[in-house]
Design a protein around this ligand. Structure first.
Ligand SMILES: [Zn+2]
Length: 496
């Protein structure tokens, strides 16, 4: 009979703290890392019991020589709310080494939502009407516990969902006092049910009429639960700097930990503004908890919306609910085919999705490199032809930005996707390789780890992610999902 479940030997461990790698063996038992010890050791002690290594038996032994062993990656910015049920293998994420997804970003979450009317953009990004069936976060949580995926999930409560419900669909204005009270009540319930915080999508129709004070009143609720506030800001283009200032103010007045989502400078006329935005963020960090996430691409992706088209160099339309057999195509070509204006194309195709080429490499490099920036894919799993970030984000940061461009060390890259992320989002005993921590683990070949998904062919798994464990169970090996579903619903940590 085996003493313990899994031995991973001779690997170089990058533990997620940002510190240098070290040679170590690692033992997993049940869902935890129970021992770390140098391969030259003959005796170890586990839970105050002494063992001779040569006598120990394991269910599985993995030789990780010449490989890197890291904590499972945390995708802090996802829209996988429904994807965890549609594809519980979560291959798009475990193939990258991701073992935890934060869902409910950009103001939209599957829960809590109890509303039967038509919904504004960008809510349809999460799916068709029938997937919105969770009046409370606990309903979503219970469904995930009953139908777990291969990855862990933590849920942000979407501001737009609260808004549409409280304002009964009449969202093109500021909420009044009574409506804010309703939103606060919904948020209290959501936090009690295990949501980790609140997200906003102030750039979108559902929430763009919400004044700063409305957000502050809601963020104050988070304070009681040590919840986190994440924001797809009001503007990421011409008004970027004002939006960063607005975000800093919300965090400062409410006193809650704040994360700027997918930080970017959109549109040629705004290229270079990251110098100023990062300076503002860095200064604010002296007085408040302020962080950001980003993805390693110069194109963004969301719904096809008129207000986003003008500033992009190029727009690829990727799906349309109205024209089901639409082929991925440049919006100008579609306009020519339809013999109409680009804006008319939007009306003819809506609801539809698009990829917008609109960012500069220098801004992207600066933001990725920024001290404390975290990696989040912002992938859109419902898209038939998604942006390659859905399948490529994490290996791309490791292969292209760390190994090839040497923007930062591998240790720092891993920190941005593990230890930093778990600490910021309050995910207890995750994000580090440490005794007593959950065994979310990735074995990587650092010599060839790289993304393979492209704008043309976005559904291709990456190279170099050899084995992935979630809560101690193997979920990915040799480019295949193992059909184990050990994912847990993660609730927020109680900070002091
Ligand atoms: Zn967003």
């Amino acid at each position: 009979m085996a003493d313990f479940d899994t031995l991973i030997s001779n690997g170089h461990i990058i533990d997620g703290t940002g510190e240098k790698r070290f040679l170590s063996n690692l033992i997993i038992h049940n869902d935890k890392i129970i021992s770390l010890f140098h391969p030259s050791k003959k005796k170890i002690s586990i839970r105050n019991k002494n063992y001779l290594i040569k006598d120990l038996k394991f269910k599985r032994e993995i030789d990780a020589q010449f490989h890197i062993v890291t904590p499972g990656f945390i995708d802090v910015h996802t829209h996988d709310d429904q994807n965890v049920f549609d594809d519980p293998t979560m291959s798009c994420k475990i193939s990258q080494g991701v073992t935890t997804c934060i869902v409910g970003n950009c103001g939209i979450s599957l829960a809590p939502f109890n509303f039967s009317g038509d919904v504004p953009a960008p809510i349809p990004l999460l799916g068709k009407k029938e997937v919105f069936k969770y009046a409370r976060v606990r309903d979503y949580r219970d469904n995930f516990i009953k139908n777990p995926s291969s990855i862990n999930v933590a849920l942000l409560t979407g501001h737009s969902m609260l808004r549409v419900q409280a304002m009964n669909g009449d969202y093109n204005r500021a909420a009044d006092e009574e409506e804010i009270k309703i939103m606060q009540d919904l948020l209290h319930k959501a936090m009690k049910d295990g949501s980790i915080g609140l997200s906003t999508g102030l750039a979108y129709p559902a929430a763009s009429s919400a004044p700063t004070d409305e957000i502050i009143e809601l963020a104050k609720v988070l304070k009681e639960y040590n919840g986190i506030f994440t924001t797809h800001m009001r503007n990421e283009g011409d008004n970027l700097i004002n939006s960063v200032k607005e975000t800093i103010k919300i965090g400062e007045v409410s006193g809650v930990r704040t994360v700027i989502s997918h930080h970017k400078c959109a549109g040629r006329t705004n290229w270079g503004k990251s110098k100023k935005s990062l300076k503002l963020i860095e200064n604010a960090k002296n007085n408040q908890h302020l962080d950001l996430d980003c993805y390693p691409y110069t194109a963004s992706s969301t719904m096809l919306l008129k207000e986003f088209i003008a500033r992009a160099d190029k727009v690829l339309v990727t799906w349309s609910d109205k024209v089901k057999d639409l082929k991925v195509n440049d919006i100008n070509n579609i306009a020519e085919e339809f013999n109409c204006s680009v804006n008319d194309v939007v009306d003819k195709l809506y609801p539809a999705g698009a990829i917008y080429f609109q960012m500069d490499d220098d801004d992207l490099n600066r933001i990725l490199k920024f001290n404390g920036s975290m990696i989040g894919s912002d992938g859109l799993p419902g898209d038939k032809h998604p942006h390659p970030r859905l399948w490529g984000t994490f290996p791309r940061v490791l292969g292209k930005y760390s190994r090839e461009m040497q923007l930062f060390s591998l240790e720092e890259a891993i920190f941005k996707m593990t230890g930093k992320s778990a600490a910021t989002f309050g995910l207890e005993k995750r994000g580090l390789i440490k005794e007593g921590y959950f065994a979310d683990i990735v074995i990587i070949d650092e010599r060839n780890v790289i993304d393979n998904a492209t704008y043309e062919k976005p559904l291709i798994p990456s190279s170099g992610i050899e084995q992935v464990f979630t809560n101690g169970q193997l979920v990915w090996k040799n480019l295949k999902a193992k059909l184990n579903f050990p994912g847990k619903f993660l609730e927020g940590k109680k900070f002091n």
